[in-house]
Design a protein around this ligand. Sequence first.
Ligand code: GDP
Length: 194
Amino acid sequence: GAEIVFCGRSNVGKSTLLRELTGHDFQTGQKPGVTRSPGHYDWNPEDFVLTDLPGFGFMSGVPDEDRERIKTDVVQYIETHAEKILVGVLVIDGKSAVDIIDRHTERGDIPHDVELFDFLRDVGIPTVVAVNKMDKVDDRDERLNAICERLGLPSPWQQWQDTIAPVSAKRGSIGPLTDAIGSHLHEQKRDDLL
Ligand code: GDP
């Protein structure tokens, strides 16, 4: 069936967000680096399947090669299922994403978040960036503009509300995300009818 995938670095709050969206009891604070097969969960209001892809990126105590393999698996899953994936949600930590992206860029590496964002769009999947932990961010607009800039989206962020969804999963404040996902789903339904 139709699928919405969730991906992101470990510890960004992806499980908390999925629990908030579905009511399912996701395992939060899971032991990092343990490769899970993608979890599939029904999303009642829209009758879609939400797929929880394993968290990637730095995890203390996890060897580099395991981390690389997890990311490769995530990319491969998306590539294989691209036809059926209606929306890709990249979850990032609003408090730390910019610093982490800049650190990787300064080292001459491609930051994971930027790589995944570009990849999802390259394979033609409408992409939403769930900027989580906004409850910890003081300079909201500035921060969201900085995130846009890192992703190659011109400021101001407000013009990207179908793509940039500031949320706080822990506080249950996820309206911008369900709106953004909904806008892509409706767009596709309309395209199907034309
Ligand atoms: P995952 O590894 O991406 O699945 O992350 P988890 O859902 O396990 O969350 C990692 C940590 O971030 C936990 O301590 C959560 O309580 C915390 N967390 C998740 N969402 C939020 C949020 O919106 N705000 C804050 N402040 N903390 C959050």
